[in-house]
Design a protein around this ligand. Structure first.
Ligand code: X5A
Ligand code: ZN
Length: 571
């Protein structure tokens, strides 16, 4: 199939280790790789992937990022004595050398290149490379932080040179700042680099002034470097903060950037239990971070392993990432709200495969069996278009029929319906006032046809609302004359599929048969096509969206960008 997921792994990259005592380096062990791979084998995930072999990166490829002097220096390490290796290592910070590390470093960079080849030629849709040594700290002429060659930076230059990629997005979710990647591309507008990192006002390694949020790039690259430093006590940075950084900072910029390829510096030291990161995000966050990037660049995404030092957390995080790349439904995030509110829920939830129900007009009977599983949980209903709430009425009827068997009727009054249901109605008309927390009319001044305003509303408002509400079902309705373009509509469905374990129900209340194909395609798991228009159009609805965000903040924490900034700035 042309739609598979590549997995790159080679036992050879487990064959180097620290040969002397160094407390800073003792966590970077060969088991990081073998344990991650074994977890993929045990869960059956590796069998579902396309196994792609690594290769050694050539000198010319390494020189895309590194200096000749540095490459020549590293080339000598296989022949060095232990004493020479120790001395060579001393030039650099928090890194070690071993007679086999040069070979492994060539394989690690070459793995990233094999992955880029597989994805850019369309052999697979996306993929992950499990590599050692990691890469994002290594600089033009220096090893650093366990890294020898900058695997992802080399891959980005290679994708541009060999495959003609015009714009490459690098998302670095490792808990350390990939200063090597930043230095490589800080004056380059064709590569957008996003990194969040433990910072603590420069007290955390690599202790650089330029890891702060005000390093935005230089010259024509200004605006193409985004740092999100975490200054708060680490244990209070949680799933909310990661999701807020994606929804409010990364994604709006990434959609506007419109990359041809997404590379992920996939470090898992940002997960709970890691001795370096000391964060508390559970591994299921990586399913969501992966998913949120999968509708960019037509789904072309390459994840390359960086850090991750708690073997259990690392292996689980790798599995979550690969499983999402394969297109499986995402887990609902259990630890988002207050713990007591959610704790009962996850244990009783059965793990079911995603069933997307695609409702054509006149096919509403399909709704009823579906509801029997879900009616006790919350329902999100997103209506787009200029029509009234008729689908809600329809949905209420269907619910009432199921509930008439004796369960107390919650649904007599409209307000009770809305407690079990979050209704977001996006329209071009400013006709409705918000009457309660759970009914949100979203007015886009220019109407839904404005791609920029619409997608900004989806990323900055709808996604955060969805994460906070945590629906058991997503019901999406498209009204006649909604003015939403097919690509935008596909992005909306694709993004909302991350909620409710993929239970997505689409009501096509339109006579436009042409949009059925694109709708079915994205429900079946194909990536939404990129939104080219964002490159040429400026947002018209920016002010309206900002006012809406301010108004909704009172009810919905995930919309408080200030709350998020506290974490970032140490407030
Ligand atoms: C790739 C990575 C961390 C280095 C930490 C040094 N490196 N104290 O996570
Ligand atoms: Zn790291």
């Amino acid at each position: 199939s042309t739609m598979g997921t590549a997995l790159i792994y080679d036992e050879e990259m487990t064959k180097y280790k620290l040969l002397w005592v160094d407390p800073a380096c003792k966590i970077e062990v060969p088991e990081r790789l073998s344990v991650s791979y074994q977890a993929l084998v045990r869960t059956g995930l590796s069998d579902r992937c396309v196994a792609v072999p690594p290769r050694e990166a050539s000198d010319a490829e390494i020189l895309l990022v590194h200096s000749e002097e540095y490459l020549e220096g590293v080339k000598k390490t296989p022949h060095m004595t232990l004493e020479d290796l120790k001395e060579f290592t001393l030039q650099y910070g928090d890194v070690y050398f071993h007679p086999n590390i040069y070979h492994c470093a060539k394989l690690a960079a070459g793995s990233a290149l094999q992955l880029v080849d597989s994805v850019m030629t369309g052999t697979v849709r996306n993929g992950m490379a499990l590599v050692r040594p990691p890469g994002h700290h290594s600089m033009r002429s220096a090893a650093s932080g366990f890294c020898v060659f900058n695997n992802v930076a080399i891959a980005a230059r290679y994708a541009k040179q060999k495959h003609g990629a015009k714009r490459v997005l690098i998302v670095d979710w490792d808990i350390h700042h990939g200063q090597g990647v930043q230095y490589c591309f800080e004056d380059d507008p064709s590569v957008l680099y996003f990194s969040w990192h433990r910072y603590e006002h420069q007290k955390f390694w690599p202790n650089l002034r330029e890891s702060d949020y005000d390093s935005v790039g230089k010259g024509s690259g200004a605006g193409f470097n985004i740092n999100v430093p975490w200054n708060k006590v680490c244990s209070s940075i949680n799933l909310n903060d990661y999701l807020s950084a994606f929804c409010h900072v990364l994604l709006p910029v990434a959609y506007e950037f419109c990359p041809d390829l997404v590379l992920v510096c996939a470090g898992f030291d940002s997960a709970v239990g890691d001795p370096e990161g000391e964060m508390c995000a559970t591994p299921d966050i990586f399913a969501h971070l992966t998913h949120l990037l999968m509708n960019l660049a037509g789904g072309k995404l390459c994840a390359v392993l960086e850090g991750g030092y708690n073997l259990t957390s690392l292996a689980q995080s790798v599995c979550q990432t690969v499983q999402t790349l394969l297109g499986d439904p995402l887990p609902r995030l259990a630890n988002l709200g207050s713990p007591c509110e959610r704790s009962g829920q996850t244990q009783t939830e059965r793990c079911r495969k995603s069933r997307n129900v695609f409702l054509l007009p006149g096919n509403y009977a399909l709704l009823r069996p579906y509801l029997s599983h879900e009616m006790k949980t919350s329902v999100e209903f997103a209506a787009t278009g200029n029509s009234d709430l008729s689908p809600t009425a329809l949905f209420t009827k269907a619910l009432q029929k199921r509930l008439s068997a004796g369960i107390p009727i919650l649904l007599r009054k409209k307000i009770s319906v809305l407690r079990k249901m979050l209704v977001v109605q996006i329209s071009g008309e400013d006709k409705e006032e918000q009457k309660c927390k759970y009914y949100i009319p979203m007015c886009l001044k220019k109407g839904c046809g404005d791609t920029v305003g619409f997608i900004q509303a989806v990323l900055g408002l709808l996604l955060p609302l969805g994460y906070e509400y945590d629906p058991g079902l997503v019901l999406l309705s498209r009204m006649p004359g909604s003015g939403v373009g097919d690509c935008t509509w596909q992005q909306l469905i694709g993004l909302l599929k991350g909620f409710a374990k993929g239970h997505t129900l689409v009501l096509m209340q339109t006579n436009d048969g042409a949009c059925m194909g694109p709708t079915a395609s994205v429900l079946l798991g194909h990536p939404a096509p990129p939104l080219q228009e964002l490159l040429t159009r400026l947002p018209d609805d920016g002010d309206a969206l900002e006012r809406m965000r301010e108004r909704l903040q009172a009810d919905w924490k995930m919309l408080e960008t200030l709350f998020f900034l506290h974490g970032m700035l140490g407030g």
